[in-house]
Design a protein around this ligand. Structure first.
Ligand SMILES: Cc1cc2nc3c(=O)[nH]c(=O)nc-3n(C[C@H](O)[C@H](O)[C@H](O)COP(=O)(O)OP(=O)(O)OC[C@H]3O[C@@H](n4cnc5c(N)ncnc54)[C@H](O)[C@@H]3O)c2cc1C
Length: 480
């Protein structure tokens, strides 16, 4: 015990300074409880995948660019941190195109997530063949499977909506969010709402009702489904850091191992061994596996069962004069069969006009994902030339060069919730039982979106407080 520390003070070490770890640390300090928090971050900056950059005054994101407001946690955090005035919503020119045979075909109006909610645009769209439309239209008549067995997103989509809807809509749109392979992704762990909708009379009916609901709600509170901040999402990271006590964050300090000694934890770093009563890991599962292997090889094996895929984002900034026809909507999705390296692209300047520099069009392209990891992992010059070629072709730019381009690779950083993920979490939970005071949080486990990560960080702190409230003061292990 360090001299001068009141005996009741609990020492908590948080591993990883991404949004999950930072929220856990912030929640631990904000109530003024006698808790001493130390955040260990391997890199030179906080934020993990949240990384806002700028070129010539144009702000852009190399990781997440926005957050869902239908899950409230991230929005609540932004407000709590006093950043409500910085919120900006998406522009009016909504809509996404799907690349079909090299041509951009607009997603029909009323196509909510993966099911049609308006008849006429659905009937008129060239996106699906008449047979596929009939198959999708009959979706409400299909009985729900209801046997509770986990199923892949692809099997679910084929069963409910048909193969064409899977290829042209579900795979590029939903699997893209997870940078995942729809044939392997667990529908229960990635889109459980689809299973609920299936039980409540089908996707078409539920999405139609949901679409009406969100339209009304959006009119009431002025929120759009996705929001961001004027100065980028790093504003949230900076605000969280400002609320942590000075010297509680140690950058450039990777956790190398965790071990038990005389009833407490020790976290080994290159320069010091830090004692703790509780450890919250907000690291990628396989990274924490390396830390825990020395004392629990089985837990390490379980952690490594969660696979990760690689992706990259390329931001291309064009002068408007170099773009013959201004693209419409927020961006496009490129189904696998189209043979592009780019899997999807967002026109960031149209998606978030509130921070776009006039006279410029910013395109953010996505590369890689499960089964296409090599595309993202290759040499950056080759990758950039393929991305430029793809964007040139799709937007018919006739060889126009971007004024600036920035590519960021995210190697093995996208956790994959494959079929059986829930069982894997159960097994992890069982392994954790022997490790009093060890808590696992972050995107590897119960949700990859920013609101999910905020919820996980909060729960991790709650588990620590729950321990403090109990008489013997020990923190129960758990998955947050
Ligand atoms: C390209 C991309 C786009 C995305 N877009 C969106 C989006 O628009 N909206 C959305 O909601 N979500 C999006 N996501 C998902 C979301 O960004 C992530 O799931 C979330 O940021 C993960 O946060 P985290 O804190 O759990 O993990 P991370 O951000 O991965 O943080 C983990 C931290 O641990 C650190 N670390 C690693 N090893 C060690 C060690 N040994 N010791 C100490 N520290 C270590 C890392 O440096 C990192 O800072 C996107 C993800 C990517 C990659």
């Amino acid at each position: 015990m360090r001299p001068g520390r009141p005996p009741a003070t609990k020492r908590v070490v948080v591993l990883g300074g991404g949004i999950s770890g930072l929220v856990a640390a912030y929640e631990l300090v904000k109530r003024g409880a006698p808790i001493e928090v130390t955040v260990l971050e391997a890199s030179k900056t906080l934020g993990g995948k949240i990384r806002t950059e700028s070129i010539d005054g144009q702000i852009f994101e190399t990781g997440p660019d926005s957050f869902l407001t239908t899950k409230p946690e991230m929005l609540e955090l932004v407000r709590e941190l006093g950043l409500a005035n910085e919120l900006i919503g998406t522009g009016p020119d909504a809509g996404v195109d799907i690349l079909l045979g090299g041509r951009l075909v607009p997603m029909p109006a009323g196509m909510n997530l993966v099911a049609p909610t308006r008849l006429l645009p659905f009937l008129l769209t060239p996106l699906f063949s008449p047979a596929a439309k009939l198959h999708m239209a009959l979706e409400p008549l299909r009985p729900s499977r209801g046997d509770g067995k986990d199923e892949s997103l692809a099997d679910f989509a084929r069963r409910r909506l048909g193969a064409e809807a899977l290829e042209r809509l579900v795979a590029p749109m939903l699997a893209g969010i997870y940078a995942g392979d729809p044939e392997r992704m667990s529908v229960a762990s990635t889109f459980p709402q689809l299973l609920d909708m299936e039980k409540r009379g089908g996707l078409v009916k539920s999405m139609w009702l949901g679409w009406l609901g969100t339209k009304r709600a959006a009119r009431r509170d002025g929120l759009t489904t996705f929001m961001t901040l004027k100065g980028g999402l790093s504003m949230v990271v900076d605000a969280l850091q400002r609320r942590l006590p000075p010297r509680s964050v140690r950058l450039d300090t990777p956790a190398q191992a965790v071990r038990r000694r005389e009833g407490h934890w020790e976290v080994v770093t290159p320069n010091a061994v830090i004692e703790a009563d509780a450890v919250i890991s907000a690291l990628p599962a396989y990274t924490f596996a390396d830390c825990i292997e020395g004392i629990d090889p089985e837990l390490a094996v379980r952690l490594r069962e969660i696979p990760f895929s690689s992706t990259a984002t390329s931001v291309l900034i064009y002068d408007d004069k170099d773009i013959p026809v201004k693209p419409k909507g927020f961006g496009f999705l490129a189904p696998k069969g189209e043979g592009l390296t780019v899997t999807a692209a967002t026109y960031s300047s149209a998606k978030f006009p509130g921070r776009a520099i006039p006279g410029r069009t910013t395109v953010r392209a996505f590369i890689g994902g499960a089964g296409r990891d090599a595309d993202a992992e290759g040499a950056i010059t080759r990758l950039e030339s393929r991305v430029r070629g793809d964007i040139d072709k799709v937007l018919a730019l006739k060889g126009a060069k971007p004024a600036a381009m920035k590519t960021t690779r995210w190697i093995k950083t996208n956790p994959q919730y494959e079929v059986g993920h829930a069982r894997r979490l159960d097994r992890l939970g069982s392994c954790l039982k022997g490790h009093q005071g060890l808590i696992l949080a972050g995107a590897s486990y119960g949700g990859v979106g920013l609101p999910d990560c905020v919820r996980s960080g909060r729960r991790a702190a709650e588990l620590v407080f729950a321990g403090s409230r109990r008489s013997h003061d020990a923190v129960r292990p758990g998955l947050a």
